[in-house]
Design a protein around this ligand. Sequence first.
Ligand SMILES: Cc1cc2nc3c(=O)[nH]c(=O)nc-3n(C[C@H](O)[C@H](O)[C@H](O)COP(=O)(O)O)c2cc1C
Length: 168
Amino acid sequence: MELYEVLNKRRSIRAYKPTPVEDDKLRRILDAARLAPSAANRQPISFIVVKDNNIKQKLKDAYLRNGFLQRPIIICACGLPDKAWKRGDGKTYVDVDVTIAMDHLILAATAEGLGTCWIAAFKPKVIKEVLNIPNNIEPLVLTPLGYPEVIPEPTYRKPLEEIIREIK
Ligand SMILES: Cc1cc2nc3c(=O)[nH]c(=O)nc-3n(C[C@H](O)[C@H](O)[C@H](O)COP(=O)(O)O)c2cc1C
């Protein structure tokens, strides 16, 4: 699929078919995340891939709005703040690095015909407990990964003029 088609086709998918995701597709999608750029090439990222139904059941407590069980795979994108590049004023770029990698993953999933949905409104304490994440690693965003059951209409975007300030 051509890049602009992927960008136009991506949606937040909140209903999934139970169809399993093929291993080769999953690997290509994760590899797309690996290719992402990062500040000073520190690559302060890690991904936890959850297929186990018992763990998915436990993850339900971390995100009450949707059950996780019907989603074939849950991916948790984590940041490694100690490894991330910091600007001179101390600002860390770990969130930016994880976000870029996650967007690579999400767009690759779209190109493979799979659905995803950024999820930030989870309880980090529960996620850390259930996924056994040590203190120096921060879970930043989750996504389900699976074949879409329902593909929603595109959501509203501001017009280009509203988000661009041109200095000539
Ligand atoms: C950083 C981030 C966090 C998000 N967190 C959630 C979330 O916790 N739950 C949810 O249902 N959607 C979440 N979303 C999805 C947005 O609601 C969605 O991207 C937006 O409404 C635009 O719709 P679209 O993705 O279908 O284009 C999140 C998106 C981003 C980028």
